[in-house]
Design a binder for this molecule. Structure first.
Ligand SMILES: Nc1ncnc2c1ncn2[C@@H]1O[C@H](COP(=O)(O)OP(=O)(O)OP(=O)(O)O)[C@@H](O)[C@H]1O
Ligand SMILES: [Mg+2]
Length: 408
């Protein structure tokens, strides 16, 4: 099949750009100045703009290079913050793209829930709050979750249990912006996620994982850790969440691409949380690849280029079990931190990246689930061993980092 060259990608990330190159694409990236050297070193062309998330900047950057969207065969992005812009610019140029409206349905939390609820898919009731200042808190039923429309990593997302809690949440949220925000019914249950591939409306790969704690717990110091679960360990949840996924994709008209979908499960009923048309965050990509020998970035690229999936039959699961976690520690000034080699020496640690160094300050782990001192992928003979190893690594890392605690 013909590759729709040249290809425009909004943003920079070596994994999807590598995948586009492996699929045979000639890639130009729209990036901020800081990313241009890495883009060029990876063999792609770079067009520098101030903000790749601005359609004006994208069109301006192209025009300054004597280009327009119609000069590209396909226009795409693997970056969740640029998905809609890439789809819209593709439409401007008549290039292959994911379609701005279907992409918005996989991005805007209100639009997504609205489409799902209209189609009868089980998900939280939701209300758009156009102005927090003007919200009449006496009309709100509790508990609810207050969140930004385009949030990520549970940033600025809080559970509110009563009027006073809502007033406090509003005060904090208004520091970010007055509106619009989303209020959602609180869904009880444990949170799980599914990574997979859908092509022509058919789910070709479906991998269920459990979070050790719901993501929102990160605000209270909860661990951000996850592990894959084989179907025989969660048969009812597999059946329910697969049916939910298929119904959701039909309602959202999401036919082609990779996905990262979150569900709540109370032991009986699966409730749709949200779904993004991208590879999952953290090390979900590596955990998936080690489990199924399928690279989700490659699958994303093939879908973005309109090429057939590399998956023929439902991928076979490794006999090993895998999981991943964020490495966290006390907050403050870092005095010393374990090396990569020391961390890799722990049982089952397959991969590790450490982001803090002596002299640096730790990020605010409580603000969002993607704040971390490092990340690791672990393996084990079974689910239980992986869970034990994740807990062991998490504790060992916290105990091993030397910190001068932050004051206040
Ligand atoms: N309606 C709800 N009921 C219960 N918990 C919720 C609800 N909405 C969100 N949460 C919790 O807050 C977290 C963050 O919310 P959500 O997934 O909507 O936003 P996000 O910040 O985009 O997350 P992501 O990092 O997955 O992009 C969820 O993972 C979940 O733990
Ligand atoms: Mg989420």
């Amino acid at each position: 099949m013909e590759i729709p060259n040249p290809v425009l990608h909004i943003g920079w990330d070596p994994r999807p750009i590598g995948a586009l190159h492996r699929a045979g694409a000639e890639v130009t990236c729209i990036v901020p100045a800081k990313d241009a050297p890495a883009v060029r070193a990876a063999g792609a062309a770079a067009i520098v703009v101030a903000d790749p998330g601005s359609v004006e900047d994208i069109l301006g950057g192209l025009a300054r290079s004597a280009l327009s969207p119609s000069d590209f065969g396909a226009i795409c992005s693997a970056n969740e913050f640029y998905l809609v812009q890439a789809a819209a610019v593709a439409e401007v140029g008549g290039a292959l793209g994911a379609g701005s409206l279907p992409t918005l349905a996989m991005r805007d939390k209100f639009v997504q829930k609205d489409m799902l609820r209209r189609a009868g898919v089980r998900t939280a009731g939701h209300t758009l709050v156009e102005s927090l200042e003007r919200l009449d808190v006496t009309t709100v039923g509790f508990p609810q979750v207050l969140k930004p429309l385009h949030g990520a990593g549970a940033l600025h997302t809080v559970v509110v249990r009563d009027e006073e809690g809502l007033r406090q949440a509003i005060e904090a949220a208004r520091q970010v912006c007055d509106g619009p925000w989303l209020l959602e019914e609180y869904v009880p249950g444990q949170e799980y996620f599914i990574d997979g591939v859908v092509r022509g409306g058919e789910v070709l790969a479906f991998s269920l994982s459990r979070y050790f704690q719901n993501m929102i717990e990160c605000h209270g110091g909860g661990v951000v850790a996850y592990q894959t679960l084989p179907e025989h360990e969660a048969p009812a949840l597999y059946t329910e969440s697969r049916a939910l996924t298929e119904a959701a994709f039909k309602a959202l008209q999401f036919q082609d691409g990779v996905f990262h979908l979150e569900v709540f499960w109370d032991g009986v009923e699966a409730v749709f949380g949200e779904c993004a048309a991208r590879v999952g965050g953290g090390r979900a990509d590596r955990v998936f690849e080690l489990t199924f020998e399928v690279n989700l970035h490659d699958e994303w690229a093939l879908a973005a280029l309109g090429l057939p999936s590399g998956i023929q039959d439902e991928p076979l699961r490794s006999t090993e079990s895998y999981g991943g976690l964020n490495l966290q520690c006390q907050q403050g000034l870092v005095v010393s931190v374990p090396t990569t080699e020391e961390t890799l020496a722990l049982p089952g640690v397959v991969e590790v990246d450490i982001y803090v160094a002596p002299g640096g300050v730790t990020p605010d782990f409580h603000s969002a689930s993607h704040m971390r001192a490092g990340q690791a992928v672990l393996s084990g003979a079974d689910t239980q061993e992986v869970a034990e190893r994740i807990a062991g690594l998490s504790t060992w890392f916290q105990d091993s980092v030397e910190i001068v605690p932050a004051v206040g």
